[in-house]
Write a protein that binds this ligand. Structure first.
Ligand code: PMP
Length: 432
């Protein structure tokens, strides 16, 4: 397998190819095949951009038909039938049934693009500059998104001061020792606190990059209430946790509140094609025409596959309550069994944005490397890569989920030297 060109010409900034040093030639469903014929089960799913697996046949068919029809591929924000179908379907299948009165904005097609649009809009609407974000948050690599990101290595990369934002403790930052919101409530109510009233607070309901930390639903609801009380806009960054990843289309649905602004990207196209949305309450739509733009906002092939995913998976609740719920029970059942076998290990996350935290910060990376040797792609997360992060496609068949969990269990046993008791099915029943 010739990898010379990657190591000689491609920049040192590359990262995933270092942990998974092989050349992938084929990708179907939950399996990627390498040039040497090795098959890898994929528990990474394009960092959450492939919630329906690789090359889903239904999406592929819609895409190929579109591409060979000579319909517009690129259209900035001009009107096309592909965009019309997407907007109509998104409204009918996602927004209306959830009672969400959101306008849909198409920013540039990446996660950081929708975050930048959200921050800009919040500042314009409120006339305030300051944004609050959370410890261990990750919102993207451009300057605005970095300014609300926690990771010090990523922040340092900006090379300039990241201003107009402050960090506040995420749920359970003090391991239950300090009452939640004590700091935030005091600071907002005290005119002597020195913290400028923010335009917005931006939050991930589950911190994907920051260690697969899931905020409690009641914490999220309280955060929303606090924002409402102080007329601060609440932005939910659902770039990674959205599009079904936590068990419902939006990750905040279970928590029973409506964010003012929602950032969506990664799996909205469902096929790995770049696409992003910024959703906001209609009265926040104060943009001037063209005030925020971008060349690649009209990615029509992405609109086509996005529409197909909505019709196939979200038009009723059969996928959510059936295959998705079962997949979540299978993964969490297995994780609970593995965690129970290892001293100090615990399960992190919600739905299929799940993790295993180990007391020894070296373990997760070693488990990921051992899993790769045994045919499984699984990554790590957290400031010290201390959490094994599992993001299988939502459509992964049960036997493949169990096979992947078996590889992880064996890797954990080898790395930690413990007997890991994993019995497919046992934990799933317990969790159901
Ligand atoms: N927000 C969140 C919550 C993310 O997880 C990510 C990407 N991991 C981003 C924003 C940035 O997305 P992108 O890499 O597409 O810019």
């Amino acid at each position: 397998m010739d990898t010379t060109v990657f190591t000689t010409i491609e920049s040192e900034v590359r990262s995933y190819s270092r942990g998974w040093p092989t050349v992938f030639t084929q990708a179907k469903g939950a399996v990627q095949t390498a040039e040497d014929g090795t098959e890898y089960l994929d528990f990474f799913s394009g960092a959450g951009a492939l919630n329906y697996g690789h090359n889903h046949p239904l999406l592929q068919k819609a895409l190929v038909e579109y591409l060979t029809s000579d319909a517009p591929v690129h259209s900035l924000d001009m009107m096309t039938p592909a965009k019309r179908d997407f907007l109509q379907t998104f409204s009918d299948v996602i927004l209306k049934p959830r009672g969400l009165d959101y306008k849909v904005m198409f920013p540039g097609p990446t996660g950081t693009n929708t975050v930048e649009a959200a921050l800009k809009l919040a500042r314009k609407v409120t006339g305030r500059q300051h944004i609050l974000s959370f410890t261990n948050a990750f919102h993207g690599m451009t300057l605005g998104s970095l300014s609300v990101t926690g990771n010090s290595m990523k922040r340092k990369g900006a090379g300039i001061p990241l201003t107009n934002s402050s960090k506040i403790p995420y749920d359970d930052y003090f391991n239950g020792e300090t009452e939640d919101f004590m700091w935030l409530e005091r600071v907002l109510e005290d005119s002597g606190s020195g913290v400028d009233k923010p335009a917005a607070i931006i939050v991930e309901t589950v911190q994907g990059e920051g260690g697969v930390r899931a905020a409690r639903l009641e914490w999220l609801k309280q955060l929303s209430d606090l924002c409402g009380k102080h007329e601060i806009l609440l932005i939910v960054d659902d770039v990674q946790a959205g599009c079904g990843r936590t068990g419902s289309f939006f990750s905040f649905e279970e928590a029973g509140f409506t964010p003012d602004i929602v950032c969506v990207s990664k799996s909205i196209s469902g096929y790995g094609l770049p696409m992003a949305l910024t959703l906001f309450r209609s009265e926040l739509d104060v943009w001037e025409p063209g005030e925020h733009n971008g060349t690649f906002r009209g990615n029509n092939p992405a609109f086509v596959t996005a529409t197909a995913t909505l019709k196939e998976f979200w038009a009723d609740d059969s996928f959510q309550k059936g295959q998705l719920a079962e997949a979540i029970a299978t993964v969490h059942g297995a994780l609970e069994q593995i965690a129970a076998s290892v001293d100090g290990a615990s399960v992190r996350g919600r739905g299929l944005l799940a993790g295993l935290h180990f007391a020894d910060t070296e373990v997760a990376n070693k488990v990921a490397a051992e899993s790769f040797r045994n045919g499984l792609l699984v990554e790590t997360s957290g400031p010290d890569d201390e959490v094994l992060k599992l993001m299988p496609a939502l459509t992964t068949p049960k036997d493949q989920l169990e096979r992947g969990m078996g590889i992880i269990a064996a890797a954990v046993a080898k790395v930690t030297g413990t007997d890991v008791a994993y019995q497919p099915g046992a934990g799933a029943l317990a969790a159901a």
